[in-house]
Write a protein that binds this ligand. Sequence first.
Ligand code: HEC
Ligand code: HEC
Length: 329
Amino acid sequence: MLSHYFNNLQFNKLAVSIGMFLCVVTTVYAEQDKIPLREPITPIPDAIGLDDQKIILGRRLFHDPMLSGDGTVSCASCHNLNNAGVDGLPIAIGVKGKLGIRNAPTVLNSSLSFRQFWDGRVATLEEQVSSPLLNPVEMATNWSDVLKYLGSDKNYASDFKKIYRETPSKKSVENAIAEFERSLLTPNGDFDRYLKGDSSAIDEQAKRGYYYFKSYGCISCHQGMAVGGNLYEKLGIVKPYYDETTMVTEPDLGRYNLTGEDEHKFEFKVPSLRNVARTAPYLHDGSIASLEQVVAIMAEYQLGRELSSEHIDDIVSFLETLNGDVDEK
Ligand code: HEC
Ligand code: HEC
């Protein structure tokens, strides 16, 4: 009796083991066919858990030139959302045609970055809002004028009352604009569909490009959901980008301007490469016109390699699959 029971138990165990084995084999097999497992780049999620009313208010503030000192420049002047969130200029231009100091990065997916600005000088999107408003070569205004204008506009005043239960304040303006920016994710681009299992979402050339992107080591700096935006690294890490004959200006010094430490010279936040094919010109100074050129520069100064034009084209073809669209509310 006891031995019968024991045998049965063994048999059951065996059956369970075989079952589990088959289950694991079929899953791994199916997954291999579908999804490249454990990739160092992950898909962008849908923008969820945000407050629609704040987004709508934030969108209006973002596009309102009346926030600027002379009523001519809005956030969207430099971050045009019909143009991937950029102005297409090497260096941004603010009120009265004044030239800024750096290239305008896109605001698409900016909530995925660990810090804001090329040198990461502010931590959050909320904290970032004051900088362009107060910057004399961007929107050239001050909070008291901004709040006076918003408080005297009937629509704004009633929206702030409804949503924040107060007259417009620095805090609520910052929060509405930041909430709008958090809605500017670009999920479901070709590369993300590929990551999620649609192996035909990108073509063979882009697949080769992704392979080179990983095998040459671009991935060691540009990785994660935003394909960047989570590290600081030096421009010219294996070979100096600026030689003695180059004029280095203050904005080129990157994080050094914040810390005064020599080791932070030319150090920048590794930019996100999401939508990068649509955000030319490139680098913090907007000095590089094409994606092919900037890929060659990266290979040379960040990895110490010279790439063939075929491999550069393959990598560019991969980068083009990182384009995606905002789900408009
Ligand atoms: C005159 C052009 C101009 C205007 C107007 C402007 N920006 Fe920018 N924006 C820039 C530039 C240039 C940078 C990068 C500056 C730097 O890193 O030193 C930037 C950076 C940013 C970043 C950081 C992105 C990143 O990847 O680090 C965000 C977010 C942003 N701006 C949002 C806004 C908002 C919100 C407004 C309106 C309140 C605004 N900008 C108005 C030019 C502009
Ligand atoms: C050691 C880290 C590191 C490595 C490796 C690296 N990058 Fe970069 N990448 C950066 C940094 C930092 C910047 C910003 C530099 C600047 O603007 O001055 C950048 C900028 C870029 C840009 C321009 C983005 C923009 O919006 O202007 C592209 C495109 C790019 N990298 C692609 C690549 C490719 C492709 C490779 C591999 C061949 C690569 N990177 C390897 C750190 C790295």
